[in-house]
Design a binder for this molecule. Structure first.
Ligand SMILES: [Zn+2]
Ligand SMILES: [Zn+2]
Length: 249
């Protein structure tokens, strides 16, 4: 091999390693092996835990429902809910960067991993519905993160988006409210336009975060009213059952 071709090969190798290094930085901790490194997967995603089928909370592997939902304090109108990770630490920070620091394109970087996970959790839907934002909030933020997440799932999996679920009341931010207030705050907040498009559909209802499940529940009630077939809630993050917190936080 000539000296020139060795130099060219080394340059290509260097460029390739820089390129892949850039691509493979963990989006959560900045370490190696991105887009989400094995340490962060273990820390925030807990593939070893189950998800409460009613509210999506991370629960012990052998359980089906969390304590709240066993006591009928969780959502009732959804077929099932699942959440990818635990809403804590680096994963919460990542979601905050999407939402509050206006970096919605970050969702594209996790699109493939999210889609791969989602198809192992839920039956295939006819369509994807994003939890809508009220127009006044949308004007303020400039984008709806639930729509961003729905869009990447649509492109990754080829499942159509279904528009027509609307937020008709500008409710207070859920984050400031208690569980009871959250449910009350959302009464009548969602309506379905073009009802015939929804009838009989199997739907993935997508949001960024679920805590009490009140938002998903309010959407699901509006969807049930127009005879949607099955409603599966799908979120990036949820809480974790209290006695399991030390395992992940
Ligand atoms: Zn990491
Ligand atoms: Zn639950």
């Amino acid at each position: 091999m000539s000296k020139a071709s060795i130099i060219i090969n080394r340059t290509q190798e260097l460029l390739r390693s820089l390129w892949y290094k850039g691509e493979e930085v963990c989006l959560l901790c900045g370490g190696q092996d991105g887009p989400i490194c094995p340490t962060c997967i273990k820390e925030y995603f807990h593939p070893e835990l189950a998800r409460c089928q009613a509210c999506g909370k991370l629960i012990a592997r052998e359980s089906t429902y969390c304590r709240d939902c066993l006591e009928h304090r969780g959502p009732q109108a959804l077929t099932r809910v699942t959440a990818w990770g635990h809403y804590a630490g680096g994963w919460r920070d990542f979601i905050h960067r999407i939402k509050y620091q206006a970096q919605p394109r970050l969702v594209q970087k996790i699109a493939h991993l999210l889609a791969e996970w989602a198809v192992t959790q839920l039956p295939p839907p006819d369509s994807i519905v994003a939890v809508p934002m009220h127009p006044s909030r949308l004007a303020e933020r400039g984008f709806n993160q639930a729509e961003m997440i729905s869009s990447v799932l649509r492109w990754e999996l080829g499942i159509p988006l279904l528009n027509g679920l609307e937020r008709v009341l500008p409710t207070r931010s859920q984050a400031e409210l208690s569980r009871q207030e959250r449910l009350h705050n959302l009464t009548g907040a969602f309506k379905v336009r073009d009802q015939k498009n929804f009838s009989g559909h199997i739907i993935w209802l997508v949001d960024d975060v679920t805590t009490t499940g009140a938002t998903l529940e309010a959407c699901a009630q509006a969807l049930r009213a127009v005879e949607v077939g099955e409603i599966y809630g799908l979120c990036l993050a949820a809480g974790i059952e209290k006695n399991l917190v030390s395992a992940g936080d």
